[in-house]
Design a protein around this ligand. Structure first.
Ligand code: ADP
Length: 501
């Protein structure tokens, strides 16, 4: 890369499509974003229109590229990062999707998954994929399209259709149908990929009744994926990385050594710990997944997901109307010297890791006539820290050693009170980086690695710059009291089984 050139990251997320240009020091230069419509055809169903995703992609890429021309700079390479698991099937001849994209949050296959999830099947799936049988991953979504859209199964078996997560679909379109590829991180979220031998797995394919011919070829996360088709942009640009969004964020947070962890606090929260070249199968309800694959060498991670993090704050704002903006929670929480024994368990859609309980629902314990918005806001922020604690403890147990620090990002980490309390509860240093667009930065870095701008993965450590560290400053007994209160609240919650659910 010459001094005048830049890297472009395309971040195709659940709620928006973003193009972000970085220079070679990892500084963010230009950003364009387009919101994405959420389609809810029925309760528990969530879809995206793949054409809308494609149009937004072209628009944000064209705008950023044109700004680069105005600045006299050249984009050398593109990296793609994407919402994971979301499933598209399209016609190889026309490029037309046969159905909308079924989004990772979609639960339409929950009964089908429940019917499959006996202990033998769970063992078989977990051993090969590191995951659990769940509608969250791609396989049951593909099966649903094959079984429910007219003519699709036959066309798929005859090799006329292609499957991909959003990375593959966009690559296909960007290269004018020349490349049908994905990367190992995205493949590892399908329930069809054997994370040990790094291959699509015949047994898994027959378990889910999916023909192999529709699958993309799996490449390293940083490698040459193709070149944009002629006429799409002013010049043709190489695509040198594809990587799932949470894995990209971990790279953008410089989690490239064994034992390093990042947590992204957005709508939900995802914690990923790099476990090096060995897949650690969790005994504590965490997922085992690919962190990245570079030069043919897989690096693994364990992952814990919290379903409701920032969404609890959104609920305070839009549902309860207790606050008018998310940032108000900081002042409210600060105004109290303790939580007054109030615990909110935000199990709005059940509890994720390490509990994996989809039938429980949220509650608030300890209400008195004195309870007001400040107490509820504080309890909401606290809940995210306690859930993080549960996951960190599970990770420590899987890793067999204590965790020393955590890198954080996402919308909630704007809230200093939240971040300080997180450090207090976890009892470790929590570091917030200067570039909060860690997902895009990770994809850009991998593209730069693929294009030869960076020479090794560890170079990302030089690009990562801290905004501010937060260290624990809480009385030990107080901390234990808070944790005991949370534990009790979760235990009580799991005993409550209303019969109208
Ligand atoms: P996503 O990428 O999932 O859309 P973001 O990383 O953009 O999420 O974060 C948005 C979430 O963070 C929202 O759910 C919002 O409620 C929450 N949030 C934003 N600012 C704050 C704040 N200052 N305090 C607490 N929560 C916040």
């Amino acid at each position: 890369m010459t001094k005048k050139s830049y890297i472009l990251a395309l971040d195709q997320g659940t709620t928006s499509t973003r193009a972000i240009v970085f220079d070679d020091t990892g500084s963010q230069i230009i950003t364009y974003q387009k919101e994405l419509k959420q389609i809810f055809p029925q309760s528990d169903w969530v879809e995206h229109d793949p054409e809308e995703i494609w149009e937004a992609t072209v628009e944000v890429l064209r705008r950023t590229l044109s700004d680069c021309v105005d600045l006299g700079k050249k984009v050398d390479t593109i990296g793609i990062t994407n919402q994971r698991e979301t499933t598209v099937l399209w016609d190889k001849k026309t490029g037309d999707p046969v159905y909308n994209a079924i989004v990772w949050q979609d639960q339409r296959t929950s009964i089908a998954c429940e019917n499959l999830s006996n202990s033998d099947n769970e063992k078989f799936i977990s051993k090969k994929t590191g995951l659990t049988i769940s509608p969250y991953f791609s396989a049951s979504k593909i099966s649903w399209i094959l079984d429910n859209v007219d003519g699709v199964r036959k066309n798929a078996e005859d090799g006329r259709l292609a499957f991909g997560t959003i990375d593959s679909f966009l690559l296909w379109r960007l290269t004018g149908g020349k490349a049908h590829l994905t990367d190992a991180t995205n493949a590892s979220r399908t329930l069809l990929f054997n994370i040990h031998n790094q291959k699509w797995d015949e047994d898994l394919l027959s378990f889910w009744r999916i023909p192999k011919v529709i699958l993309p070829e799996v490449r390293d996360s940083s490698s040459f994926f193709g070149i944009t088709k002629s006429g799409l942009f002013d010049s043709q640009i190489k695509i040198n990385s594809m990587v799932g969004d949470q894995q990209a964020a971990a790279i953008g947070q410089a989690c490239v050594r064994n034992g390093t962890i990042k947590a992204t606090y957005g709508t939900g929260c995802f914690l990923l710990m790099n476990t090096g070249d060995k897949p650690i199968i969790s005994n504590k309800g965490l997922l085992t997944t690919l962190a990245y694959r570079i030069n043919g060498k897989p690096t693994y991670s364990v992952e814990g997901s919290i379903f409701s993090a920032g969404s609890t704050i959104q609920w305070l704002r839009d549902g309860l109307k207790l606050i008018s903006s998310a940032s108000e929670t900081e002042e409210l929480a600060k105004s109290l010297s303790s939580n007054k024994g109030i615990y909110l368990v935000p199990a709005f859609t059940g509890l994720g890791a390490p509990y994996w309980n989809s039938t429980v629902r949220g509650t608030i314990f300890g209400l008195t006539l004195e309870t007001g918005p400040a107490e509820i806001a504080r309890a909401s922020l606290e809940a995210v820290t306690y859930q993080s604690y549960d996951i960190i403890k599970a990770m420590e147990s899987d890793l067999g050693q204590p965790i020393q620090s955590l890198q954080i990002d996402g919308g909630m980490t704007d809230n200093d009170w939240f971040v300080q309390y997180l450090s207090n509860i976890l009892n470790i240093k929590v570091a917030r980086p200067r570039v909060l667009e860690t997902t895009a930065l990770g994809a850009a870095f991998l593209a730069g690695l693929g294009s030869g701008l960076y020479s090794k993965l560890e170079d990302i450590e030089n690009l990562w710059k801290i905004d501010r560290p937060f260290c624990p400053n809480i009385d030990h007994t107080k901390r234990l009291k808070y944790l005991a209160g949370w534990k009790q609240a979760v235990q009580k919650l799991t005993m409550y089984k209303p019969d109208n659910m």
